[in-house]
Design a protein around this ligand. Structure first.
Ligand code: FAD
Length: 463
């Protein structure tokens, strides 16, 4: 991944707005640019665009939406939303960027639903911990795959080209100005695409073990549960162009991912009375600290960590498809007594019996018991390129680079500076809201730039 700075480079095609990455941020950015009448192309490395978005639960927080109003929630405001996010981030989210994201969140959901027919609902029930109002929107299935399918349908309906099997390996620049990109195909052939403005929506660096070790040393070597194709390209290009990065130590982790089954086990089980024990049969943390906060601590315990629950929690969780699937896969051990469960999990019997006997948690665990082997995992990096409220990438002196935008996992997050500041759904909130802002601003900028007469995109240009 690097920059080619050679004014002699020609392009196979020039398009006003180019988007790198076909996840939630990239597809929303493309829809937004398209709605400003800009011609736009999305470049995606994979044969089918999925990204971390498809791995997620598709849950997007937003305030002041029509869906909230229809549910009788009329008092959610950008200020309240921002306060909730700052409370979790210990006040370390950039206030201007956060204000822009919160103010734009409701508009983004309403626009996706009304202009692009996205099938989103307001999630039922009490707000997620840390949110003062119910503001979580999701596909009816709570499936990130369904969110991606819906976005791809909308993009297709709009006639936007998503070019797959197209890994961008180099930006073609002149000084700080991005002239275009170079794509490498699976057969190693290359193509060059010129642009008026470039949007980096290629997410974070979770799929790059070296960058994880550099920026998130506590999570080095941990299981990465996000999209493996997210290798930090945006950060590396931005840095090479002179952009600043922010919050690089920030991440969304999870301290309870079933292993080797690779499925998150809801933290609600631990908040509801469950405990984590290590290979010595002992507790090692206060589970109420939270899923992301404890990801690194769980990793440090090695490969033999168990989430312990009882029948009440087990039976309640069976209605969730992920948990039911774990049951079917044989991931859930059981024991009529603490002794039986210790044997089933090869835990030291005496120590484990003592752990349960000494337990002072409310509600208390009661026999029979169940256990799932879990590990800590990195879900999504939350730091990235410094941006302003127009999603323009910034140099360290605060000056915007001329035509380079970033959003979603590619950009600085709003989740503080470490693994403790992530409020649930900050990831997709940033992806879709910044996607909309970046698409709008890039289209505005590109429309003011002269583009060659041949700057028209052949709609059949895709794999
Ligand atoms: C298990 C799990 C559950 C989650 N649940 C939620 C949730 O419910 N709510 C929430 O808000 N967040 C959730 N998150 C976080 C959320 O998924 C991410 O924050 C969000 O999807 C990021 O969107 P994005 O568009 O920036 O990146 P992505 O969706 O990852 O898309 C980036 C795309 O860029 C492509 N790409 C990368 N490099 C290149 C290149 N050089 N050339 C071309 N293409 C490239 C990738 O292939 C990928 O398709 C979850 C994450 C995980 C892992």
């Amino acid at each position: 991944m690097s920059l080619l700075d050679d004014p002699g480079i020609d392009f196979d095609l020039t398009v006003p707005v180019v988007v790198i990455g076909g996840g939630a941020c990239g597809l929303v950015a493309a829809l937004s640019a398209h709605d400003q009448d800009a011609e736009v192309v999305v470049l995606e490395r994979d044969p089918t665009p999925r990204g971390s978005t498809a791995l997620s639960s598709g849950m997007i927080t937003a305030c002041g939406t029509e869906l909230q109003k229809a549910a009788g929630i009329t008092d959610d405001t950008p200020e309240l939303f921002a306060r909730d996010i700052q409370a979790k981030a210990d006040g370390k989210a950039d206030p201007d960027l956060l204000a822009a994201i919160c103010a734009g969140s409701g508009l983004t959901i309403d626009w996706l639903v009304s202009a692009h027919d996205l099938d989103l609902v307001l999630v039922d029930g009490a707000p997620y911990p840390g949110h003062s109002r119910q503001r979580t929107h999701a596909p009816p299935t709570n499936s990130g795959s369904d969110l991606m399918a819906d976005l791809l349908r909308a993009v297709d309906k709009a006639g936007i080209d998503v070019i797959t099997n197209a890994t961008v390996d180099n930006l073609i620049v002149e000084g700080e100005h991005v002239r275009g990109v170079q794509i490498i195909r699976p057969d190693d052939s290359t193509e060059r695409l010129g642009c008026g403005a470039l949007i980096l929506a290629s997410s974070g660096f979770g799929g790059n073990p070296g960058m994880v070790a550099d920026y998130l040393p506590d999570m080095a070597g941990s299981f990465y549960f996000g999209h493996v194709g997210n290798k930090g390209d945006a950060v590396r290009w931005g840095q090479a162009l002179g952009a600043a990065c922010k919050n690089m130590g920030s991440f969304q982790g999870h301290g309870s991912v079933a292993t080797p089954h690779a499925s998150t086990v809801s933290w609600a089980l631990l908040n509801g009375g469950g405990i984590l024990v290590n290979g010595m049969g002992k507790r090692f943390c206060d589970e109420s600290l939270g899923a992301s906060e404890l990801a690194a601590t769980v990793c440090q315990q090695g490969k033999n960590v168990w989430s312990i629950i009882d029948r009440r929690l087990h039976d309640g969780a069976l209605r969730f498809p992920d948990f039911a699937a774990l049951k079917q896969l044989g991931a859930i051990k059981s024991g009529a007594t603490a002794t039986d469960l210790a044997h089933a999990c090869s835990l030291p019997v005496e120590a484990f019996e003592k752990t349960l006997a000494d337990l002072q948690k409310s509600p208390a665990l009661a026999a029979p018991y169940y256990a799932i082997r879990v590990t800590g995992a990195l879900l999504q990096t939350q730091g990235g390129l410094a941006i302003d409220k127009k999603a323009r990438t910034l140099r360290p002196d605060g000056v915007a680079l001329p035509n380079l935008f970033a959003g979603g996992g590619a950009a600085q997050g709003i989740s503080g500076t470490d693994g403790t500041g992530y409020l649930s759904c900050n990831g997709l909130l940033s992806a879709v809201t910044l996607g909309r802002i970046a698409g709008f601003e890039a289209a505005k900028q590109a429309s003011g730039l002269p583009t060659p007469a041949s700057a028209t995109c052949n709609r059949t240009y895709r794999t």
